[in-house]
Ligand binder design. Structure first.
Ligand code: PLP
Length: 426
């Protein structure tokens, strides 16, 4: 059975070394546990199981049912929801399934604009969500760069969307899901909260939970939640408002609509190795250690922000409440793309990002986005983050000095050796 694939092995080993030896600061990335890796690399990948536990279209699913039920019950318990679907292949298909379940093509959705921190699937024009639905995006305030809930309410009153989406991919502050709940209730819209980035923070109780306010909650499982690539769609309450709304003709409740949208609406067989890895990650997320980890992510982000401010970096909103920081580089004579490349040269991985009201083009925006979840998993604490901010400043302030880069590489090597990653893997 052994098969040698030298080219692939080489790239895989190189990627492992890159992760071990660099500073991973993309806020949507993380390092899963060896247990999650084991589930992902298991024989579960061999099995077809279209349908749901107890209602499959293929035989031989008795053990798959056990695994999927474990993932479902753990998700329900951890987030405090009545229904969970763990089959979406990833975050974007999960959001697509919610649209498919709740809306007809052409109906109105109101999500945060991509250029202000929202996700592609929240109504951006090149995504299905902006092409097949009528998107009326909201943004952040021009001065504060914060969501202005009064402005969102005004827009909702004027536009009367069927669906409001709360959640973001590049917003460094806490989101007031309760305020979104009130807005949605006032205009009779569904509220979808997309907690892809902050699910781990919500479990650790360092961010408000949307569960009391949302009709549907989606999350990826691979960001702060620290599981495999994947997603979960949750319904806080199954007894829902569908009947009073324009779905009064529907014979399905909210949970059934979601399940039917995922399968057979959009997907075929679930990825059972992924489901098992989600079950593992949810088990890990229910421990006191995970709560401490979530708390440390936020402490680390604050320490990083404080030291970047000390180096005269402009941070969007002046700082952070969560795991991520958005730097506006316009006072540093570098574009976001240039900074990304420069930091890559010394082994710091970040991503270029538009800042709200960016004056540069989206392909080469003014900002970079960086976060602390992956470094926190490695055991980095506030003192380390201060050093990380110092080396970022060294590189950005000396883009052409090889000697500076050399000394930064040495400091990074010391940091990564102090906090080893995947020590047993090769
Ligand atoms: C990452 C993200 C997604 C999409 O997840 P993919 O797994 O990349 O498809 C959706 N919504 C938000 C807010 C995200 O940050």
């Amino acid at each position: 059975m052994e098969h040698h694939d030298a080219k692939l092995d080489e790239a895989l080993a190189a990627e492992l070394a890159r992760q071990q030896n660099g500073l991973e600061m993309i806020p949507s990335e993380n390092f899963v546990s060896p247990a999650v890796l084991r589930a992902l690399g298991s024989v579960l990948t061999n099995k077809y199981s279209e349908g749901y536990p107890g209602k499959r279209y293929y035989g031989g699913n008795e053990f798959i049912d056990v695994i999927e039920n474990l993932a479902i019950s753990r998700a329900k318990k951890l987030f405090g929801v009545q229904h969970a679907n763990v089959q979406p292949y990833s975050g974007s298909p999960a959001n697509q399934a919610v649209y498919y379940a709740l809306l007809k093509p052409g109906e109105k959705v109101m999500g945060m604009s991509l250029t202000h921190g929202g996700h592609l699937t929240h109504g951006w024009k090149v995504s299905f969500s902006g092409r097949y639905y009528h998107s009326v995006p909201y943004g952040v305030d021009k001065e504060t760069h914060l969501i202005d809930y009064d402005v969102v309410l005004e827009l909702a009153r004027k536009e009367r969307p069927q669906l409001i989406i709360a959640g973001a991919t590049a917003y460094p502050r806490a989101i007031d899901f309760k305020a979104f709940g009130q807005i949605a209730a006032e205009v009779g819209a569904y509220l979808l909260t997309d907690i892809a980035h902050i699910a781990g923070l919500i479990i650790a109780e360092v961010h408000q939970s949307p569960v009391p306010y949302a009709d549907v909650v989606t999350t990826t499982t691979h960001k702060t939640l620290r599981g495999p690539r994947g997603a979960i769609i949750m319904c806080p309450r199954i007894e829902d408002r569908l009947k009073e709304k324009y779905h009064e003709d529907s014979k399905w409740n909210l949970a059934e609509l979601i399940d039917r949208a995922v399968f057979p609406g959009l997907q075929g067989g679930p990825h059972n190795h992924q489901t098992a890895a989600i079950a593992t990650a949810l088990d890990e997320a229910s421990t006191p250690a995970f709560k401490r980890y979530g708390e440390q992510i936020v402490k680390n982000a604050r320490a990083l922000a404080d030291q970047l401010l000390a180096h005269d970096f402009r941070l969007i909103t002046g700082g952070t409440d969560n795991h991520l920081i958005l730097i506006d580089l316009s006072n540093k004579n570098l574009s976001g793309g240039e900074a990304e490349t420069l930091l890559d040269e010394v082994g710091i991985t970040v991503n270029k990002n538009t800042v709200p009201y960016d004056t540069r083009k989206p392909m080469d925006p003014s900002g970079v986005r960086l976060g602390t979840p992956a470094l926190t998993t490695r055991g980095f604490t506030e003192v380390d983050m201060k050093l990380v901010a110092d080396v970022i400043a060294d590189v950005i302030h000396n883009p052409k000095k090889e000697l500076v880069k050399e000394s930064v590489r040495k400091k990074i090597s010391e940091l990564t050796q102090r906090h080893p990653l995947y020590a047993g893997l090769s």
